[in-house]
Design a protein around this ligand. Sequence first.
Ligand code: ATR
Length: 274
Amino acid sequence: TARYAVFGQPIAHSLSPHIHTAFARQEGIAMEYEAIEASAAEFSAVLEAFAANGGMGANVTAPLKEVAFALCRTFTSRAKLAGSVNTLLRKGDSWHGDTTDGVGLVRDLTERHLLDLRGRRVLMLGAGGSARSVAPALLDAGILELMVVNRTSERADELVDAIGEPGRAKTRRWEDLHELGDFELIVNATSAGRDPTANFVLPMSLVNSMTTAVDLNYGEAAIAFLAWARAMNCRNRVDGLGMLVEQAASSFQQWHEVRPETDPVYAELRARHV
Ligand code: ATR
């Protein structure tokens, strides 16, 4: 059987093996999908051994997305823009890299939550790996404006420079959040929710009667931001569970050339997790 895996550190609690196994069962595809722990320093050797043992494809999660990018010989253009990959596909004797997080997010928002992103003003908090991997897809989805605000403003500037659409993708300083007006979509792409010591207070002025608040995390890590969104009466609050299932479906599609049904897997995880 063909071998697939997700790599990261930590990786024990990854939902990817469960999701991919469910997709494979649904499509009648025989494959093996495991979770393999690797540090950034080990990853090159671990991935090589995986390929030597029949590894055909892989997902990559924190903290390996940038390291994985450096190990690919070819990329999709969106992966090149993000400078990171979450999906590896074996092509001959080398790896081809893609990032499916952004399309996963857009699909979750537009098809599961039925949001129309076209013409929207979007605030993105954070400019790390997650932010970089979703920003281009939001722009591709036809939003009017993407305002990237990061605690460290240089990183936001870098992200926006890489996108290269100064008319639509802009940065502002974190200290100026209260002056930016309101947004129809606020995307939390920071890792603050994973830090119990983080003091994550955002101004109320960011929210209007239409605002959807999205956290790219799910579970515990999404609680703080989504609690703020609830307190601010945001119209919709969305965590990252749907994006997780949708990015997995896009990876699966590249490996197996069939798009799995995501709704049953999403519903089952939702029933278990939140
Ligand atoms: P990920 O892969 O999850 O994106 P990352 O690349 O380490 O992780 O990026 C983390 C992001 O969360 C960064 O934008 C970081 O801001 P800095 O660039 O200023 O470090 C942001 N972040 C982390 N903790 C935060 C906090 N307490 N308040 C605001 N932003 C925070």
